[in-house]
Design a binder for this molecule. Structure first.
Ligand SMILES: Nc1ncnc2c1ncn2[C@@H]1O[C@H](COP(=O)(O)OP(=O)(O)O)[C@@H](O)[C@H]1O
Ligand SMILES: [Mg+2]
Length: 224
């Protein structure tokens, strides 16, 4: 099995290297693995995800994601990488002037897929997140949990190689949280999507095998 993510002696820092958040960590993640990341507030969970989608350059060490060397990457290549990532934030970042269906297919529109493909994919995904009947509503007509499910559907629209999610179920009700965990489990199991999720609570009902990383005191430790 091939490594989708490989970090070697990775150091992540702000303020021109003066504030080190992650120090000299090494780990690899293979295709199709599901990884939960936990750790105290301010420990660097979001910082680590940022580095994985190329928003923060490593200050030391090596970092390779999807075969791309993120230490020496050019901006153009970074754009290519991001089209293969499904990124989910805690705030949904939906476009409020667009319908739910149009929000979901945004990545497909950008990639130039036909309207037929867009429609088929939108219907399929909205069914998965239990929002089929809300396709033509606008985000602000939905609850927070429903909006986040739209965000997750959008992140999965292009069958990404890697899903990076930062506290996706942070403030959500149990029903919406379960729908989101289900969807991520399905992607991982059926499409061999690699999934990294920062969460304060690992779901109690979870059927796939998974890895658990804890970020603490600038280190990344795996729980075995
Ligand atoms: N853009 C930034 N500039 C400087 N420091 C930052 C920045 N973003 C985060 N930090 C600091 O880095 C540390 C880790 O933050 P973060 O990765 O957001 O933690 P977590 O997601 O685990 O709560 C914190 O001390 C935070 O204040
Ligand atoms: Mg965070």
């Amino acid at each position: 099995m091939s490594n989708v993510i490989s970090a070697s002696h990775l150091t992540l820092a702000y303020n021109k290297g003066r504030k080190e958040v992650i120090k000299d960590v090494s780990f690899t993640i293979k295709k199709g693995e599901f990884v939960f990341i936990t750790g105290p507030s301010g420990s660097g969970k979001s910082t680590l995800l940022k580095s994985l989608y190329g928003q923060l350059k490593p200050s030391e060490g090596d970092l390779v994601v999807g075969g791309l060397d993120l230490v020496n990457v050019k901006q153009k290549k970074l754009q290519d990488l991001r089209t293969h990532l499904g990124i989910i934030f805690q705030d949904y970042k939906l476009i409020n002037e667009w319908t739910v269906a149009k929000n979901v297919v945004l990545p497909l529109m950008i990639a130039g897929y036909s309207v037929e493909v867009q429609n088929t994919q939108a219907q399929r995904l909205l069914k998965h997140v239990k929002l089929a009947e809300h396709a033509n509503k606008f985000p602000l007509e939905l609850s927070g949990g429903e909006q986040q499910r739209v965000g997750v559907a959008r992140a999965l629209a292009k069958n990404p190689v890697v899903i990076l999610a930062d506290e996706p179920t942070g403030n959500l009700d149990d029903y919406s949280s379960n729908v989101i965990w289900d969807l991520m489990e399905n992607a991982c199991q059926q499409l061999e999507t690699t999934v990294l999720v920062v969460t304060h609570k690992i779901p109690t009902v979870f059927s796939l095998p998974y890895r658990h990383f804890i970020i603490e005191n600038r280190g990344v430790y795996e729980v075995h």
